[in-house]
Design a protein around this ligand. Structure first.
Ligand code: CA
Length: 217
């Protein structure tokens, strides 16, 4: 059973998350403040930590710095939706973040995506007749090699690892380009266009109005 630590001082939210993730079969533990969370992290081994940023005693940024060397994946849960906060979280090494208020379904999808990619290091994917190997960084469709640029490949992997999840343009850009999103969407959009064309995935890579993109599987 995968163990998840939920660190959140708003008890109603913490309990809501716990009820829903428990229903998905995860073993959940709650901490309502940073000090308690640090104690729990010290004494237990978690597969994932959901971490609020604004917390009593020790805040989420400090906890993240403490957790980081252990390699435990962390999803930031934050009410702060500014670009700076998101970037700071990702820079500090959070694996993902979710902004309050959020749909519980979205949270579950993100939890699953993170656990999928950390619990077993998948190196090969087979989707819609396309075989992708992340070790050799090769892509083949019906036996024929498809040449992707570095960014096109990284983008493809990001879409696959988060399949069926709507990915925000800024998040996707920051993840693949590893730099702050300036608001200029052309680079990302043109890479998506080329990916669709090269793989013949017009149907599968959906544009999500006002959000970004979703690989529908
Ligand atoms: Ca809080």
């Amino acid at each position: 059973m995968l163990k998840i630590l939920i660190v959140e001082d708003e008890k109603a939210i913490a309990n809501l998350i716990k009820v829903n993730l428990s229903a998905q079969g995860y073993l959940c533990t709650l901490a309502y403040d940073g000090k308690r969370a640090a104690d729990l992290i010290e004494q237990n081994c978690y597969d994932l930590i959901l971490l609020d940023i604004m917390l009593p005693e020790i805040d989420g940024y400090e906890l993240l710095a403490y957790v980081r060397p252990m390699g435990t994946p962390v999803i930031f849960i934050t009410a702060m939706g500014t670009v700076e906060d998101k970037i700071k979280g990702l820079r500090l090494g959070a694996d993902d973040y979710i902004v309050k208020p959020f749909q519980i379904g979205e949270l579950i999808a993100r939890v699953e995506a993170i656990l999928r990619r950390t619990s077993k290091a998948t190196t090969e994917y087979e989707i819609f007749g396309v075989s992708i190997n992340t070790e050799s960084r090769t892509v083949k469709k019906e036996g024929r090699s498809i040449d992707l640029t570095v960014k096109e490949f990284d983008l493809l992997i990001e879409l696959i690892r988060n399949k069926n999840v709507a990915l925000y343009r800024d998040r996707l850009y920051e993840k693949v380009w590893n730099e702050p999103f300036s608001g200029e969407t052309r680079t990302l959009d043109s890479h998506i266009q080329r990916l669709r064309k090269k793989l013949d995935w017009d149907e599968h890579i959906k544009t999500v109005f006002r959000v970004g993109y979703r690989l529908e599987v």
